[in-house]
Design a protein around this ligand. Structure first.
Ligand SMILES: Nc1ncnc2c1ncn2[C@@H]1O[C@H](COP(=O)(O)OP(=O)(O)OP(=O)(O)O)[C@@H](O)[C@H]1O
Length: 463
């Protein structure tokens, strides 16, 4: 059993990356293989669930290569067996979670070790600096992440990364962890989401293991917490987070945090935490530009082509995608993956027409949506009135007419209902909006100049 698992582990470490391997797979012990089922002893249910969700396929694949009968895996929670295994690991030089904190009772290092494996979320081996494409919108965040990954005195603690959905925050966090761990193999990096932080904190409270919980956090060299906005409004979790944070910063340990917005904009986050976060470096990942999107598409296509040299992508396809899919990199990647799958299944070149057809749904949802704000701003600009007058009560024609034009365009170019539009125009009644829309339809039928003005505004808004 040991030999089979040893061989599989050697390969698994390469497949899932050393960090994931050490955190999740190393704590397992293969106990039997029977009727196609490989059974493992795992230290906790949490580890079992996590491995089952994230690495079961890899484990089955590797075992199956050596022992073809293996088709499924099962995990039994068996803390005893695992303690024995961890003790061996603790004697080995510089393992990932070598306990190197303050003096502890003889049994404690093993407990810390397996519990910390529980805490740390798996790192995606693909999320490295090498695979991160740098452009104007993310160059500062990337430079700061590189600097933190080097270690040593950094001068900004914490590093706070924020930005919209799918712009690369998690990718950069994982890249820091990989790189830092490679440079400092004996250091302890703890990466987890704020949600996991809360989950583990509540569990520690419930199981009266809060001192262990505190001890584990206080002994890491680098703490990374993803999606910190999650703890907003969760009072006791924030309190614990604050203390952990202070303890680590006071010891000069690095903290890296990500969120979907700047600290000041996170509602329900305590002022003292906001001010603590503000002491470090706050950098944002800006929305992607066309050049960055094209760079990412080219880099991912090259990587795919390394494995599939016969991939053929027609001229202009990547440019077309970079131009049309503008919301986030995850969607961009999804579109590319779909094209690759299409190309390899049908063994056809991906032409512009194929791409358009294959990605019709993604392209439709990415069509630029015009907002009432855009309309009000553009119309106010065009007629040289104040934006506030769009919502205000003035009835003078030089203000009232542009306002009605904006109402008309809001009805035409957005899917908002009349009451909704009314609310956006200073809380006007839907009948007022209807009247405005009709008035403009009527006038545009008679006044060629007005009709042209409206057509031009439409073009500007739809551009
Ligand atoms: N600059 C980049 N170069 C290469 N890949 C990128 C880049 N930015 C984002 N990606 C890829 O886009 C996907 C989404 O990125 P990631 O998960 O890091 O986003 P996020 O900002 O954490 O989003 P969320 O707010 O949803 O958690 C990932 O697969 C990531 O590898």
């Amino acid at each position: 059993m040991e030999e089979l698992w040893g061989q599989a582990c050697a390969e698994l470490e390469k497949t899932v990356g050393p960090n994931n391997f050490n955190h999740w797979i190393k704590p397992l012990r293969l106990t039997s293989v029977d009727e196609g089922v490989a059974r493992f002893a795992s230290p906790t249910r949490f580890v079992s669930d996590w491995v089952n969700r994230h690495f079961a396929k890899d484990i089955i694949g590797e075992l199956n290569r050596i022992e073809p009968s293996v088709e499924r895996v099962r995990f039994d929670v068996a803390p005893q067996g695992v303690t024995a295994r961890v003790r061996t690991a603790a004697q080995a030089p510089a393992t990932q979670f070598r306990a190197n904190g303050p003096a502890v009772s003889p049994a404690a290092p093993e407990m810390r070790q397996s519990a910390k494996a529980d805490l740390c979320a798996p790192l995606d081996p693909r999320f490295t600096f090498e695979n991160f494409v740098v452009g104007k919108p993310n160059e500062l965040a990337h430079a700061a992440a590189r600097r933190v990954a080097e270690g040593g005195p950094v001068g900004f603690n914490p590093l706070f990364l924020y930005g919209g959905v799918g712009l690369g925050k998690t990718h950069l966090m994982h890249a820091i962890a990989h790189d830092y761990q490679q440079r400092h193999p004996a250091a302890q990096v703890l990466y987890l989401s704020a949600e996991q932080f809360m989950y583990r904190f509540v569990q520690a409270l419930r199981e009266s293991t809060i001192m262990d919980f505190k001890g584990m956090f206080r002994n890491v060299n680098m703490l990374m917490v993803d999606d910190v906005q999650f703890i907003a409004g969760k009072d006791s979790t924030q309190e614990e987070f604050f203390h952990t944070f202070n303890a680590l910063v006071d010891q000069g340990k690095q903290i890296v945090i990500s969120a979907d917005r700047a600290p000041a904009e996170i509602k329900g986050l305590e002022e003292r935490i906001k001010s603590r976060l503000g002491c470090g470096l706050i950098v944002d990942l800006h929305p992607t530009t066309y050049e960055l999107r094209l760079g990412i598409l080219q880099s991912k296509t090259e990587a795919f082509r390394d494995q599939h040299p016969d991939l053929e992508i027609g001229a202009g396809v990547l440019e077309f995608l970079a131009h049309r899919i503008t919301n986030n990199v995850r969607v961009l990647e999804g579109a590319l993956q779909r094209l690759f799958a299409h190309a390899s299944l049908l063994r056809r070149e991906i032409t512009l027409e194929v791409a358009q057809e294959c990605l019709a749904d993604i392209l439709r949802t990415n069509d630029r949506k015009i907002s009432i704000d855009d309309i009000q701003r553009k119309v106010a600009e065009h007629y040289n009135i104040k934006l506030a007058d769009m919502m205000g009560p003035k009835r003078a024609r030089n203000v009232a007419r542009p306002r009605q034009i904006a109402m008309y365009l809001s009805k035409q170019l957005t899917s908002r209902s009349l009451p909704e539009i009314g609310r956006r125009f200073g809380g006007r009644d839907h009948t007022t909006i209807m009247h405005g829309v009709r008035k403009i339809e009527e006038l545009a039928g008679e006044d060629h100049g007005l009709a042209e003005d409206i057509a031009m505004l439409k073009r500007l808004l739809e551009a």
